[in-house]
Design a protein around this ligand. Structure first.
Ligand SMILES: [Zn+2]
Length: 142
């Protein structure tokens, strides 16, 4: 996607409104317009990057360190926050909706509407070992 068609790039450029909580040269955090709970934040790189694989190491690290700082701020604020979920959808199959990487920081409390539905599988150890090997063989030695 062209960065000029990207809603997050528009917000970062102040051509669309955004309720910012934090910004530096690498990352920014603002409130989502569709919060699960009040205080639901999105952490994004300030440079357009479609997916996790497009992030630099610095951007990736900054996203998570900023999410950690935001989590602490949420817990210390007046916002209802007894727990926090990070949610990052990378790719359409993972429910990514805006193709500018964004890490959700979601304040949680008992009885809220957040749900995740899935079924655990129970693979044999041999299968786990084969899968682990396949991933390890493709791991960037970075
Ligand atoms: Zn963008």
């Amino acid at each position: 996607m062209d960065a000029h068609e990207c809603i997050f790039c528009e917000i970062l450029a102040h051509r669309e409104p955004g309720s910012f909580v934090y910004r530096d040269e690498v990352v920014a955090a603002f409130l989502t317009i569709g919060p699960i709970n009040p205080g639901h934040l999105l952490v994004v790189p300030t440079r357009h990057a479609g997916g996790v694989g497009d992030l630099t190491g610095r951007e990736n690290a900054a996203m998570f360190s900023t999410a950690q700082r935001l989590s602490q701020a949420l817990r210390q604020s007046s916002i209802s926050c007894q727990g926090i979920n990070y949610w990052l959808a990378d790719g359409e199959a993972a429910f990514q909706d805006v193709f500018h990487v964004h890490l959700h920081v979601i304040p949680r409390f008992p009885g809220d509407s957040f749900r995740v539905s899935f079924e655990h599988t129970t693979p044999a150890r041999k299968e786990l070992d084969q899968i682990a090997q396949s991933i390890a063989e493709n791991l960037d030695q970075g």
